[in-house]
Design a protein around this ligand. Structure first.
Ligand SMILES: Nc1ncnc2c1ncn2[C@@H]1O[C@H](COP(=O)(O)OP(=O)(O)OP(=O)(O)O)[C@@H](O)[C@H]1O
Ligand SMILES: [Mg+2]
Length: 352
């Protein structure tokens, strides 16, 4: 075994994942080789890998690129955090080359389910896992009706698109909001319902929305390492203002792990919960990919990317991963800060 893992294009945390893997390998005194690739010139990510590659921009070229790269460099494991549905649909051809593939899911149907927040909530409730009460809204008329006949009596209402990321389109309705609030305090995400309806009416196409009761929180973001539905390691981040508290027990943590099992997640994924009016956690969504904040979890002593790589490369058994995650965990509090890093304008590790 040559211990070669390839991280294909992912979302924001690809750099932290590579660095996590390399530092874990250092701690374990076992060498692993990390390949990283991206469609764009993201040298801050590519430069921290042992070797880097430029991905083809054209999806048609992706399969031949993967197969020739695996063959040429003798890669053992591929991880992707983007285009996951495409990867699931090409799993057979990719794995036939002898490489293992991690997409976060164990089948395309799970990615589609996680992508639709109303279906997700419904499937979770069917599995007896509490999720945020979610009503699908397909038109302005339906929204107007639900605002005047609330399905969630006595609770403040909020909306977000049925599919979406980066928190885009999440708004809380407040009858007392001034119409200038959205301009002066956009970060509060509070809008007068009349103003929202008016804005919708001026838009040609209606994007399906989820209508929900507003949950007071706190919110938990739980980073999970799983093997085909078996949770091996997890770290919860309880978000309180600017601080995040790292935990590995409690009701929200257990709910997130149960959700990961029910969804047969595979690899590094992120489950989010929020406490409702009764102080009980309910599921908000599952991102079938590493979260942007996965790097923060290392402050708990548990290196999820490192454990993932070592498990995938056959350097650690499931039991060893489970034991290490349990024994190494220490509670910690973290705060994210903005920072700058030196940017290498020329890559010295480039293979193509
Ligand atoms: N019902 C709710 N009550 C209170 N806050 C909510 C509710 N639904 C969503 N939010 C807030 O909006 C944020 C974004 O929601 P959600 O995670 O479902 O969408 P997203 O676009 O996939 O976000 P991201 O990709 O950033 O995780 C949540 O992290 C949470 O803070
Ligand atoms: Mg989210």
């Amino acid at each position: 075994m040559s211990n070669k893992i390839w991280l294909m294009e992912g979302l924001s945390s690809q750099r932290d994942i590579i660095q996590g893997m390399k530092s874990f390998a250092g701690k374990m005194r076992t060498d692993i080789t990390v390949y990283a690739s991206h469609r764009n010139e993201r040298n801050e990510i590519l430069s921290v890998a042992d070797f880097s590659l430029a991905e083809p921009k054209d999806a048609e070229m992706r399969l031949p690129f993967i197969l020739s790269t695996v063959a040429e460099w003798d890669i053992n494991a591929i991880h992707t955090g983007r285009n996951c549905l495409w990867f699931e649909n090409h799993r057979k051809e990719i794995e036939e080359s002898g490489v293992s593939l991690t997409t976060g899911a164990s089948g395309p149907q799970w990615l589609e389910m996680a992508d639709d927040k109303v279906t997700f909530a419904q499937v979770m409730e069917e599995n007896h896992l509490p999720a945020v009460p979610s009503l699908r809204i397909n038109s302005i008329e339906e929204l107007q009706h639900s605002l005047s006949h609330s399905p969630f009596e006595g609770q403040q209402l909020c909306v977000k698109p049925v599919t979406g990321i980066y928190g885009m389109g999440f708004w809380r309705f407040d009858d007392n909001a001034s119409s200038m609030d959205v301009f002066n305090y956009p970060e509060k995400r509070i809008v007068h319902p009349g103003q929202y309806i008016e804005a919708l009416a001026g838009t040609p196409a209606f994007t399906p929305l989820v209508l929900m009761p507003y949950l007071p929180g706190p919110e938990y973001s739980v980073d999970i390492l799983a093997d085909k539905g078996e949770v091996l390691a997890a770290v919860a981040r309880r978000k309180e203002g600017a601080l995040q508290h790292l935990e590995n027990s409690g009701e929200a943590f257990e709910l997130a792990c149960a959700c990961a099992r029910a969804m047969k997640v595979d690899g590094l994924v992120n489950v989010q919960t929020r406490n409702n009016n009764s102080g009980r956690p309910v599921l908000l969504e599952t991102n079938m990919r590493p979260s942007g904040g996965i790097g923060y979890t290392q402050h708990s002593g548990v290196n999820l990317p490192g454990l993932f790589a070592f498990h995938k490369l056959g350097l650690m058994s499931k039991t060893e991963v489970i034991e290490m995650a349990k024994n190494d965990f220490v509670p910690a509090t973290v705060r994210s800060v903005t920072d700058v890093i030196g940017y290498s304008t020329h890559l010295t590790n480039r293979l193509n």
